[in-house]
Write a protein that binds this ligand. Structure first.
Ligand code: FAD
Ligand code: MLT
Ligand code: ZN
Length: 453
């Protein structure tokens, strides 16, 4: 390793690497013989060849903001820190694309694209730390999926290093290229199990110059949920529709010291963002006025106020973490099941673990609810089981955007058939026969076969 990347980039002191062996939530803590920080694709290849020769497993790591325990070494793996791969090429204005190395943060990518008159379609609260490589590896979603899709939709091609050190490179940026298997697409959402992503060729989107944000309060969950389709139908500048509840708002305001947005108390809140080249304020106001069951509305008059309204929603992750390591379940429900799920899930959780607290928020337009549960021991899986079983019965997905990681690996068979899981295993075996790349995530271990149906 030292020969490959230089002494300064092999970290072994447990105090120095402490932040890299623990996940963002604090629920998953492991250990590592070394954090290795390659500075080029060739160095990544050299590190992986050494690990392959010595049969040492590796956990690729970007910003370590993942929320399913997938970015940390749970069984003494080497950590491959990709953040020194931080080159960002000039925007290709003719193509509307950019090539970014894996360690570039999403915030830096935004700034870079915006300075060139474009924008990048994926945005998330972890933007200052989450990386291009991590977001591709998890197929991150975020707050603009409704308009631009998840990360997979932005990726035109990737450069990646295989477990044996060979390099796959498809960064030519051809919008249409129907030439066999889509290997870049396969790596989107692969969670570090198939290859180490070193760069991505990304599609950019038109940059809206006017962004208007409103927070709409409801006293009835069904009215709040029904507003989502109404907004999608009536507002063609819509860019985000987010959901949270009064208990979450109270927690965020109390823990983060924010003033409350409304004088009264309500049941549910829908945060709406409209973005366009011309001012969408009138159109947004009309769309909100046409909604049924609205109890109160706050419209941000400027960028600062808009950021403040977003803080009520984005502050949930941080505020919940202040209560102790949460169990984070990130699920999608079919639109017709959402209302019943929201009503039922809290009762199910409390029945399984009395005293546990359930916090709900999410990306309403995608049917994506973040079910966070606090007051449960880190290794107590009852809550995960109860929530994911409920989701599967209602024909939802056990992972909307965070991935399977280590947290939900044993539940994969709830939503994937044995044939699908066997196909995952075959792909894994073809690309990583010695199981060296992120061995603790996504694919259930063989002895867990059929655990959940
Ligand atoms: P890491 O956490 O370092 O790694 C995540 C996974 O990707 C791991 O399995 C790791 O092994 C693998 N990996 C990382 N880099 C590479 C690479 N170069 N090659 C191969 N594998 C790699 N997620 C969403 O989808 N939507 C959200 O709205 C959202 N909001 C968030 C808000 C907060 C406050 C936080 C803390 C997290 C949020 N997340 C969200 C989760 C997280 O930010 C995403 O999963 C993100 O994609 C992780 O990026 P990262 O660089 O931190 O990756
Ligand atoms: C969010 O939407 O805020 C993120 O996915 C983070 C989380 O689930 O806590
Ligand atoms: Zn989310």
């Amino acid at each position: 390793m030292r020969t490959a990347v230089g002494d300064a980039h092999v970290l072994t002191d447990p105090d120095v690497v402490a932040g890299q062996v623990q996940d963002w939530t604090g629920r998953y803590v492991g250990s590592t013989p070394a954090v290795v920080r390659p500075g080029s694709v060739d160095e990544v290849a050299a590190v992986l060849r050494s690990c392959a020769d010595a049969r040492v497993p590796v956990v690729p790591q970007g910003g370590n903001t993942g929320l399913v325990g997938g970015s940390v070494p749970l069984h003494g793996e080497v950590v491959l820190d990709l953040r020194r791969l931080d080159r960002l090429d000039p925007v290709d204005a003719l193509a509307g694309q950019v090539t970014a190395q894996a360690g570039v943060t999403i915030a830096r990518l935004h700034e870079h694209a915006r300075a060139a008159g474009w924008d990048y379609g994926v945005d998330l609260a972890a933007r200052d730390t989450a990386t291009v490589g991590g977001t591709v590896a998890t197929n991150a979603g975020g707050v603009h999926v409704l308009r631009y899709g998840s990360t997979r939709r932005q990726v035109i091609g990737v450069e990646a290093v295989l477990a044996d050190g060979r390099v796959l490179r498809r960064l030519d940026g051809l919008e249409k290229d129907n030439t066999g298997y889509d290997l870049s697409g396969l790596l989107c959402g692969s969670e570090g199990t198939l290859a180490v992503i070193t760069a991505a060729r990304l599609r950019l989107v038109a940059r809206p110059t006017h962004v208007i944000v409103a927070l709409v309060a409801f006293d009835d969950v069904d009215a709040a949920l029904a507003s989502v389709a109404e907004l999608r139908r009536g507002l063609d500048t819509l860019r985000a529709v987010e959901l949270f509840f009064q208990d979450g708002l109270d927690l965020v305001c109390d823990r983060l010291g924010l003033a409350r947005p409304f004088a009264g108390r309500h049941v549910a809140f829908v945060l709406v963002e409209a973005a366009a080249r011309t001012d969408p304020t009138a159109e947004l106001s009309d769309a909100i006025a046409a909604l049924r069951g609205v109890s109160d509305v706050a419209v941000a008059a400027d960028t600062r106020a808009a950021r403040q309204l977003w803080r009520y929603r984005e502050g949930h992750t941080e505020a919940i973490n202040l209560l102790g390591a949460p169990h984070k379940l990130d699920v999608t429900l079919p639109a017709a099941e959402l209302s019943a799920f929201v009503r039922e899930v809290r009762e199910r959780v409390t029945a399984a673990v009395p005293g546990a607290l359930t916090w709900l928020f999410g990306h309403a337009a995608d049917g994506n609810v973040h079910v966070n549960v606090t007051g449960v021991a880190p290794d107590d899986d009852r809550v995960t089981d109860v929530v994911l079983q409920l989701v599967a019965r209602r024909h939802g997905s056990i992972s909307a955007e965070h991935g399977i990681g280590t947290a939900k690996r044993a539940w994969l068979s709830l939503v994937r058939t044995q044939t699908e899981i066997d196909t995952y295993r075959a792909i894994k075996h073809a690309l990583d026969p010695n199981q060296l790349l992120n061995p603790n995530v996504l694919i259930p271990s063989e002895n867990a076969r059929g655990l959940h149906g």
